[in-house]
Design a protein around this ligand. Sequence first.
Ligand code: C5P
Length: 316
Amino acid sequence: MMINKRTLRQVVVFVSVASTICIVLFCQTSTWSFHTDACVCNCAMDSEGLLWFSQRYKPSANVTLNTKNSPLDFHTYWWWKSLQNESTVADYKKVVEVLFSLFPDKDHYSDTSPSRCRTCAVVGNSGNLIGSHYGALIDSQDFVIRMNEGPTKGFEQDVGSKTTHRVIYPESAVDMDETTHLILLPFKILDLQWLISIFTTRHIDLTYMYVKPSVKADRNKVMILHPAFMKYIYESWLQSHGGYPSTGFISLIFALHICDEVSMFGFGPTKDGVWHHYFDDFSSDSNGGPHDGGSEGEVIAQLHQKHRITTYKGWE
Ligand code: C5P
């Protein structure tokens, strides 16, 4: 009777341990397959690609500036201040205070989730867009991020007509309509002061060159790229090559942080190796000047090869 009781107890213990193990294994398997099924965007990266990407991509990076995340550590502050050798010494903290009494003071795009699939087109200003017929494809993306003066009027068939975001700095600013987010790429404190000025006093019309004292844009759609985000791009993505990243490269990494699928248009030379714009004969300095076009091109090629972005060259 004793033996039977003990045996019975052992059987009960064995069955409960075994069923617990089974339940855990089942849950793990179903969770794994759930994640696999739930991959609605960007599912093509293999483990080697994922490792390469995770060594560069910092999900916790502050993309846009707000009051809460505005304090800059010593190194970031001086790195940023040195970009354009700013000599004036406006108080960064005070300028930030005014900034966010005027513009939305929030954590933009903190809505990342495995079920989100936001598609983005990043449209550079390369002449390789001419004759590409990419317009409809560009417009079909959720966000269309353009930069500097890149126009759409008269170029719709090749570049599309939708602009949800336009990345600019004072020296490259243009008017935009009320559907577009003005994204300021600040290289100095004066750029932040200029942003305030274009919506208020309109008294700043000179930086290192003439700048527009007013810009048509919706004040409630303004966002400012975080200086620390620019430093992170320079160090983590470009391994500190060149002076600082180009507007196009910064816009691309911005897109990687706020979108789930990224397509790139209008980057690089034309088929004939020319680096001009699609809208004028002006040659971009994206392959030279303070920017290391070679390193940027290599990262873009790797991102494409590893299926993290799709690049459209305009020719093949
Ligand atoms: O010339 P701009 O700076 O206005 O061009 C915006 C961005 O478009 C550049 O920073 C660069 O990344 C990209 N571009 C390019 N090739 C060109 C012209 C522009 O890759 N020929």
